[in-house]
Design a protein around this ligand. Structure first.
Ligand code: FAD
Length: 476
C-alpha cells in the first residue's frame, strides 16, 4: 500500500521497470536517493561522478515534483538509511533495481533483513539489463563463459516484450512529496564534495542522455567502421548515462535491434556491445570471485612485477609519461576528462600488463577511480580480457604492439597531438615512436627526448619475451 522507491543506478522516470512496478503496487509512493557514506568515503572530494549524480538527481527531483511527488535525499550509510526511512514513512515495501556487484548485493541483503524484522518487504526488479542472472543459460543449464555463444543465445531468446518500454502513468496522488521534516536536501558541500574543476564533459540527466542518443542514431549505421578510431566520432559516448541509468538499456535496444534486422551492420555491432554489458553483469553475478581474483584461478599463479621499480613504472603509466605516445595520450585523456575510448582502453591495459608486467588489478583500481563510466562488471571484464586471465579473453601470446596500434588506429596522430602537445610538431610518420625519428626531425619539432618527452620506459620487443615467459608457466 505505502511504498518507498529507492533510486540507485536508474536515475530517470522514463522506462524505469522498478518505478512502474512500485507505482502499480502502491497507493502512496515516496522516492529516495541516498548519497551512501560507505561509498563516498572512498572517493576524493573533487570526484566528477558525485557532481554528475548531483545534477541528475536535481533533474529527477524536478520531474517528480511536476508529477506531484519529489525526491528525499539522504546522506548516510544506505544500509541504515533505508530501513530507518521505511519505518518513519511506514512503508510496507521498498523497491529497488537489482544490482549485480558483490558489495551492493551484501548491502541489499542487510537492507532486506532489517526490513523483514519489521514485516516490510524489499522488492528488486530487473532494470539495468535486458537479460540477467539465469535468464540465458547453455544446454546444460549453466552460465555461458564464452561471449559469442552467449550472444547467439541472447539474440535467440529476445522477444519484443523484452525491450518494450515500461510506461508509468501514476494515478494522481500516488507519488508522495517528501514529508516536511525530509525536504532538506544536502548540497554537494554538505556531503563533503565540491564542483570539480573539470566536470564530466557530457550533458547530465535524462535530457543529456536523450541528446547523446539523438546525436548517435544518424551515425549508428557506420558504427562498425568508425568505432575503432579514437579521433573519430564513432561511438555513442552513452556509457556514463548507462552507468547511472539516466537512459534505459531497453530504449537503446529498441533502436539497435530493428535496425539490425533491417540489415544494418553498424546497428548489429553496436547491439553486440550492449550485449557485452549484459554478459559481464551475468559473469559478475555468477562468478563474484572475479572481483579480486582471476576468472581462471590458475592465472593467479602468475608473478607480476612488484617493488619500487614496478611502482615507478606504474606511476609513469598513470601519469601518461611512459614514452609511448599513444599510451600517454590515452592516460592523459583519462586523467583530464574521465573518458577513454574503448580501443585505447585495450591498448593501455595491454601495455600495463604485458609491457610493464604489472598486475591487472592495479590498473583496474586506477580505472575505477578515474572512469566516469566505471562499472565493476565491464571494467573487470575489460581488464581480465586484456590480461588474458578472464573468460573468453584474448590469448596471452597475442600481445598488442603499442606502436602498431598507434599507426593503425590514430594514423594521423590526432589523439596524440591533442593530449601530448609536446609532440604536436612531429610528422604523422614519426609521432608514434619519436625515438625512431631522425635527430634532425626531433630538433625541428623542438623535442629533446628524455627532457621534453620521455624515452620509452621499456623496450616492447624485450617486454614481449618476458611476458611470454611469465605466462608460459601456465602451460605446465
Ligand atoms: P559505445 O561503443 O557507444 O557502446 C555502447 C555501450 O555498450 C557502452 O556505453 C557500454 O555500456 C556498452 N559497452 C561497450 N563496450 C563494452 C564492453 N567491452 N563491455 C561492456 N559493455 C560495453 N565500460 C563501462 O561501461 N565501464 C567500465 O568501467 C569499463 N571499463 C573498461 C575497461 C577496459 C580495460 C576495457 C577494455 C573496456 C572497458 N569498458 C568499460 C568497455 C568500453 O570501453 C566502454 O563501455 C566504452 O568505451 C564506452 O564508450 P561509449 O559509451 O561511447 O561506447
Amino acid at each position: 500500500e505505502r511504498g518507498l522507491m529507492w533510486f540507485r543506478r536508474d536515475l530517470r522516470l522514463e522506462d524505469n521497470a522498478t518505478l512502474v512496478q512500485a507505482l502499480r503496487e502502491c497507493r502512496r509512493l515516496f522516492c529516495v536517493f541516498v548519497f551512501d557514506t560507505d561509498i563516498l568515503s572512498t572517493l576524493p572530494a573533487d570526484d566528477r561522478r558525485v557532481a554528475f549524480i548531483d545534477d541528475c538527481i536535481t533533474e529527477l527531483d524536478a520531474e517528480l515534483r511536476a508529477a506531484g511527488g519529489g525526491l528525499i535525499v539522504r546522506h548516510e550509510a544506505a544500509h541504515k538509511a533505508i530501513p530507518d526511512l521505511a519505518r518513519s514513512l511506514n512503508a510496507d515495501a521498498v523497491f529497488a533495481g537489482r544490482d549485480y556487484e558483490p558489495e551492493a548485493k551484501s548491502r541489499d541483503q542487510r537492507v532486506a533483513a532489517a526490513l523483514k524484522l519489521e514485516q516490510r518487504h524489499f522488492l528488486q526488479c530487473k532494470d539495468q539489463a535486458i537479460f540477467e542472472m539465469d535468464e540465458i543459460l547453455n544446454g546444460q543449464g549453466e552460465p555461458y563463459k564464452v561471449f559469442t555463444a552467449y550472444k547467439n543465445a541472447w539474440l535467440k531468446a529476445l522477444r519484443p516484450t523484452h525491450i518494450e518500454p515500461f510506461i508509468n502513468q501514476p494515478p494522481s496522488g500516488t507519488l508522495a512529496p517528501p514529508p516536511a521534516q525530509l525536504t532538506q536536501r544536502p548540497s554537494l558541500n554538505d556531503i563533503g564534495f565540491g564542483h570539480p574543476a573539470h566536470p564530466i564533459p557530457v550533458a547530465t540527466g535524462s535530457r543529456g542522455a536523450q541528446g547523446l542518443l539523438a546525436d548517435f542514431l544518424p551515425r549508428m549505421d557506420l558504427y562498425h567502421e568508425r568505432r575503432d578510431f579514437p579521433a573519430v566520432k564513432g561511438p555513442s559516448y552513452l556509457s556514463v548515462h548507462l552507468r547511472f541509468g539516466t537512459i534505459s538499456i531497453r530504449a537503446l535496444a529498441r533502436e539497435a535491434y530493428p535496425a539490425m534486422q533491417a540489415g544494418s551492420v553498424g546497428a548489429a555491432t553496436w547491439l553486440s556491445e550492449l550485449i557485452w554489458r549484459d554478459f559481464y553483469f551475468m559473469i559478475l553475478h555468477h562468478f563474484p570471485h572475479v572481483a579480486g581474483q582471476a576468472f581462471r584461478p590458475e592465472y593467479d599463479s602468475i608473478s607480476w612485477e612488484c617493488g619500487p621499480e614496478a611502482d615507478k613504472l606504474f606511476r609513469a603509466w598513470c601519469d601518461g609519461i611512459t614514452g609511448y605516445p599513444i599510451v600517454d595520450a590515452a592516460m592523459r585523456q583519462l586523467n583530464q576528462t574521465g573518458y577513454m575510448h574503448n580501443r585505447l582502453r585495450m591498448v593501455v591495459a595491454s601495455f600495463l600488463t604485458k609491457d610493464l608486467g604489472i598486475d591487472w588489478r592495479r590498473g583496474e583500481q586506477y580505472f575505477a577511480r578515474q572512469l566516469n563510466d566505471f562499472d565493476l562488471s565491464a571494467n573487470n571484464g575489460g581488464w581480465q580480457w586484456a590480461a588474458s586471465t578472464g573468460c573468453d579473453a584474448q590469448p596471452y601470446f597475442r600481445i598488442f604492439n603499442p606502436i602498431t596500434q598507434s599507426r593503425k588506429f590514430d594514423a594521423q596522430g590526432h589523439v596524440i597531438r591533442r593530449y601530448v602537445p609536446e609532440l604536436a610538431a612531429l610528422s604523422s610518420k614519426d609521432i608514434h615512436a619519436p625515438w625512431l625519428a631522425q635527430p634532425t626531425a626531433l630538433v625541428h619539432a623542438g623535442i629533446t627526448l628524455g627532457v621534453s618527452y620521455p624515452m620509452p620506459i621499456v623496450d616492447h620487443g624485450c617486454a614481449r619475451k618476458v611476458t611470454l615467459a611469465r605466462y608460459g608457466i601456465l602451460k605446465d
